[in-house]
Design a protein around this ligand. Structure first.
Ligand SMILES: Cc1cc2nc3c(=O)[nH]c(=O)nc-3n(C[C@H](O)[C@H](O)[C@H](O)COP(=O)(O)O)c2cc1C
Length: 390
């Protein structure tokens, strides 16, 4: 067993910390402002209890599900994230690892690898877009994703450009000029294995976002693309309906925190939603998704596939989310820590941790199949849910 092997997500995070330059690692752990949502995403799962059984456990519980038309070996999907400087293989490594474990991947519009390479590594790729640029530009990006073979579209709508971080945002260089890179030289030279991985790959961290361009057009840099997005008027539900009409196949709206919004998404044609606060990266104090999941599942369950993302760190968290109404979860940071620690093998390691954890939890609570878990399997403390809204 490689000495990079880890047995929990917390260990993957420790290894990522050791390996990555400080500012790259900081981008993977922080939340916005005081980090209230980020902390609560995780601690809300810790507040939920389970009621184990003793004799009569099921040795091999089943956990495969189908989400957005894709068979998933477990109710876990890679969440879309931009991972510019984490690892030279970036999203291709995430895609390969997910493919080897029978899991789809969400590919961010701000990813560092072209969608064509990612779909080649994992045909179960969902392309994620923001509402950015004009309709012609969005159509070209959708056309490129469809031609590449994307299996579904995710539109993330919760971002509201809340940038500040109380601990200071990590600096993202505009370009790799000496002037931009020199202030980072100390943190870089102290991370030799990370530097060596880039040297071996014959590459430098990419600041371009190749999927933020039509096929064959020049790749914009991160800040150029971000500027386009920042200057795009926010979409209405009519805009979302239009976007949906331009995409054949499964269509997810990511970033829902309220039942009335879930209904709007369904009316606009969504086939799936993700209950999400962007992993605590956007509006701080946005409610932890697991706290509002049952309210949303009660309102729209059966009409749309329901996913959750934010704070999932263990197999038992996945089971808790499914018990409270999710069909599956999306996972962001835990997989990025695996990627940072050991590339595709590290991502497989994290996916295996989730698989083993889901299995142990189902076994422990005596379920033959993930489809059988329900609210009766979870101990919810008083005051866990906020008053319903919408
Ligand atoms: C470094 C980083 C980059 C992210 N980039 C995106 C993105 O490009 N698109 C998107 O929809 N969500 C993005 N997210 C949010 C994730 O998709 C997901 O909602 C969140 O990470 C889930 O929370 P978790 O990290 O606790 O699993 C990003 C999150 C992180 C940590």
């Amino acid at each position: 067993m490689s000495n990079k092997w880890f047995e929990t997500v917390a260990q993957a995070r420790q290894q990522a910390k050791k390996r990555l330059p400080k500012s790259v690692y900081a981008a993977l752990i922080g939340g916005t402002e005081a980090g209230v949502s980020l902390r609560d995403n995780v601690s809300a799962f810790e507040e939920l209890g389970l009621r184990p059984i003793t004799a009569g456990q099921i040795a091999e519980p089943k956990m495969a599900v189908t989400v957005m038309g894709q068979r998933c070996a477990m109710p876990v999907i890679v969440s879309p994230t931009g991972v510019q400087a984490v690892h030279p293989q970036g999203e291709v490594a995430l895609a390969q690892a997910a493919n080897s474990r029978g899991t789809p991947i969400g590919l961010s519009a701000f990813s560092s690898k072209p969608i064509e390479e990612v779909v080649a590594a994992n045909p179960q790729t969902f392309f994620q877009v923001y509402w950015a640029g004009d309709r012609d530009f969005m159509l070209k990006c959708l056309e490129r994703a469809a031609n590449a073979g994307a299996a579904g579209l995710i539109v993330t709508l919760d971002w509201s450009f809340s940038h500040g971080r109380d601990w200071g945002s990590p600096h993202i260089p505009q370009s790799l000029t000496a002037k931009e890179v020199l202030p980072h030289s100390f943190e870089i030279v102290t991370k030799l294995p990370w530097c060596w991985s880039w040297l071996r790959a014959g590459a430098l961290p990419r600041l371009q976002v190749p999927n933020f361009a039509a096929a064959g057009e020049p790749e914009p840099r991160f800040f150029e693309a971000y500027g386009t997005w920042l200057n795009t008027p926010p979409p209405t539900w009519d805009d979302v309906r239009w976007l949906r009409s331009q995409w054949e196949g499964p269509f997810m709206v990511k970033g829902i925190s309220r039942a009335d919004e879930a209904r709007h998404a369904i009316a606009a044609g969504a086939t799936a939603i993700s209950v999400s606060n962007h992993g605590g990266n956007n509006l701080d104090s946005a409610v932890a998704p697991i706290r509002v999941l049952p309210e949303i599942a009660d309102a729209v369950g059966g009409e749309v596939e329901i996913l959750l993302d934010g704070g999932v760190r263990r197999g038992s968290d996945v089971v808790k989310a499914c018990a409270l109404g999710a069909d599956a979860v999306l996972i962001g940071r835990a997989l990025l820590w695996g990627l940072a620690a050991n590339g595709a093998v590290g991502v497989e390691n994290v996916l295996d941790i989730f698989h083993t954890g889901i299995k142990a939890t189902l076994r422990g609570i005596g379920k033959e199949n993930i489809a059988q878990v329900g609210v009766q399997d979870v101990v919810v403390p008083p005051g866990f849910y906020p008053p319903p809204c919408g």
